[in-house]
Design a protein around this ligand. Structure first.
Ligand code: CUA
Length: 344
């Protein structure tokens, strides 16, 4: 008796521990800033609805199946003193029919719903119906181009709220995957191929995302920010991007020095800044940089100290970053970081 209650307690403890480990490993959390279950746009809402409806259908199936199992275990267990097997039956056409047809109907209904929504989600909207944005994946940052406004920017995608945005996706090097969970599912960016996805934010806000296809050392640090703005504020952004403030006046000594150093240090051979003759096409376009919340593909906040740290030694900030360490003296680093902070 003593042994069995000890064993029972052991079992309970082990059970509780396994449950705890299972919950821990499942990655359950309450942070919904990057959760597909907390949708903020039409596409994500459709997808979340599909996830929750299949979840509840499966829950009903589980409850029915496990209830039947428990009833069978209790009702048909060996009675005390029973020595012989109960009468053995085999094949019950009615039950066989029921458990073949019922799952088939459930799966067919789910399939019809899924195929139906696949057409909605897979639609490619032309320029007359959606804002077109060309998205190019790079190791390890994002390029966003708006052909209609002749804008190129990096890492922070600005979109107007309540408007469809057609993303035209490709890659400059290896495979990447665009994923902003609160706005929609993942779509791969493949070199030499064009993929399409559309998104539509239903409320203004900052939505975080992440490259979702392993693309090298900097993969985990290849982040996306989507800034969904009311149309009027979005128009202001377009205006600032197309009329950038890029050359500081000579009176702002340090920023102007940074402007000169940006060219002499060779930064211009990789980066474009609208409104100047810096037109490198290798690295992110830096036009309007002071308006970005983050730098280094949304890894660190856009502060003077962080810009300095980044220019001083990019690999120390973001391992695997392809921006070279130019070993610039710290006065030049400060001047360039100050200049970049004036780009509006
Ligand atoms: Cu780009 Cu992972």
């Amino acid at each position: 008796m003593l042994v069995s209650s000890k064993r029972r307690r052991g079992l309970v403890k082990r059970g509780a521990l396994s449950l705890l480990i299972a919950v821990g490993l499942s990655g359950c959390g309450f942070d919904t800033t990057q959760s597909a279950l907390n949708p903020a746009g039409t596409v994500a809402q459709i997808q979340a609805r599909m996830i929750t409806s299949s979840f509840w259908i499966m829950m009903v199936v589980s409850v029915v199946v496990f209830s039947a199992l428990i009833v069978a275990i209790i009702r048909f267990r060996a009675k005390p003193g029973q020595k012989t097997l109960p009468p053995q039956t085999e094949g019950n056409n009615r039950i066989e029919f029921l458990w073949t047809v019922t799952p088939a109907i459930i799966l067919a209904l789910m399939m019809i719903g899924t195929i139906n929504q696949s057409f909605v989600l897979g639609k490619i909207y032309p320029a007359s119906q959606a804002l077109q944005v060309d998205v190019t994946g790079h190791q390890f940052w994002w390029q966003f181009q708006y052909p209609s406004a002749n804008i190129t920017t990096a890492n922070e995608l600005h979109i107007p709220v309540g408007e469809k945005v057609e993303l035209i996706l490709t890659s400059a090097d290896v495979m990447h995957s665009f994923w902003v969970p609160r706005l929609g599912g993942k779509t791969d960016l493949i070199p030499g191929r064009t993929n399409y996805m559309w998104i539509e934010a239903s409320q203004p806000g900052i939505y975080h995302g992440q490259c979702a296809e392993f693309c090298g050392t900097g993969h985990a640090d290849m982040r996306i920010t989507v800034d969904a703005e009311p149309p009027a504020r979005y128009a202001v952004w377009v205006q600032s991007m197309t009329h950038p403030v890029s050359v500081p006046p000579k009176s702002s000594t340090l920023a102007y020095q940074g402007y000169l150093d940006f060219a002499s240090a060779g930064c211009e051979s990789c980066h474009t800044i609208g409104g100047t003759n810096f037109a490198g096409a290798v690295g992110p376009n830096l036009t309007d940089l002071s308006d970005r919340l983050m730098i280094a593909a949304n890894l660190i906040p856009n502060t003077l100290a962080n810009r300095e740290a980044w220019i001083h030694d990019p690999q120390a900030v973001k391992p695997g970053a392809l921006m070279p360490n130019l070993h610039l003296p710290s006065n030049e680093v400060t001047a360039i970081a100050t200049y970049l902070g004036t780009l509006k």
